[in-house]
Ligand binder design. Structure first.
Ligand code: ATP
Ligand code: PAU
Ligand code: K
Length: 244
């Protein structure tokens, strides 16, 4: 059994896998890391490996105490990945984006793939049919956009995510929801149109905390899989043990 842990910018997500089957899924806050991991390991005593991808400020040392109980794999740029990294600054590419790209490469062989992760930030990652990771885009996530409008203006309230009534927002609340939600939908659809114009035969994977909310609002039909990063962590680990 493998315990995968995704330490994001806001929250931590974890899943226990037996082969490719998810036996349990957990979401928790950063200050609960140790307590929650111990609880999971108590419930799933057959976990032999713990695989971590962290873009947050939690480092390898946080897991040292667990080394007596199971093998710790704290993924870094030094690990083996199933794609050729063409990013101009490979050392500053987020490990979460590398894991997403690995999952897309392994799950959808020999085709162009675009991974969109709608989390704290929205990341776009493109891996072509030759398994070359080319890069993508980083923009602020939905919640971050709401917070930013509020934090950097005098008059705008802090709202929580809500579907707008129309693209013509007829009140302050509706104007904000339209700007953020419709703006984001136009952004994604615009990116997808751009990729489509340049590449044929490609698959799009949408994941992250806002994936399900967004999927049904896009012009382009996209399959949302909120577990894609955790699944990709499991696959990256399997790839690593087979190729190290
Ligand atoms: N309980 C929650 N806490 C925070 N964000 C939430 C919650 N539920 C849904 N969301 C939505 O999820 C988005 C954040 O996504 P996610 O939880 O994947 O981010 P994250 O944990 O920081 O991971 P990453 O850094 O990989 O994006 C926010 O824009 C927000 O709208
Ligand atoms: C973009 C985020 C914050 C998304 O989690 C993360 O992947 C990151 O910190 N990336 C580093 C910059 C880059 O990927 O080029
Ligand atoms: K993200």
């Amino acid at each position: 059994m493998v315990l995968t842990v995704d330490i994001g910018n806001t929250r931590i997500k974890a899943a226990v896998f037996e082969g490719s089957t998810v036996l349990g899924k957990f979401v928790f806050e950063k200050n609960e890391l140790e307590k929650k991991i111990k609880k999971i390991l108590k419930k799933f005593q057959n976990c032999s490996d713990l695989v971590v991808a962290s873009v947050g400020n939690i480092e390898r040392q946080s897991f040292l105490a667990l080394e007596k109980e199971l093998n710790i794999h704290f993924l870094t740029h030094e690990d083996v990945f199933p794609f050729v990294n063409k990013y101009a600054t490979p050392k500053t590419l987020g490990i979460d984006r590398m894991v997403l790209a690995a999952g897309a490469t392994l799950q959808f062989p020999k085709q162009n793939r675009l991974v969109i992760d709608a989390g704290t930030c929205i990341t776009y990652d493109f891996i072509d049919e030759f398994d070359h990771y080319l890069g993508g885009a980083i923009s602020p996530g939905l919640r971050l956009r709401y917070e930013t409008l509020h934090n950097y203006t005098a008059k705008l309230p802090l709202l929580s995510l809500e579907a707008p009534d129309s693209y013509i927002g007829n009140s302050t609340f509706q104007a904000i929801h339209s700007g953020i939600v419709n703006g984001f939908v136009y952004e994604i659809d615009g990116f997808i149109d751009e990729y489509r114009a340049n590449y044929s035969n490609f698959i799009i994977i949408l994941t992250g905390g806002d994936a399900e909310f967004l999927a049904k609002r896009l012009k382009n039909t996209i399959f949302a899989n909120s577990n894609f990063l955790l699944e990709s962590l499991n696959q990256t680990f399997q790839y690593k043990i087979n190729n190290d």
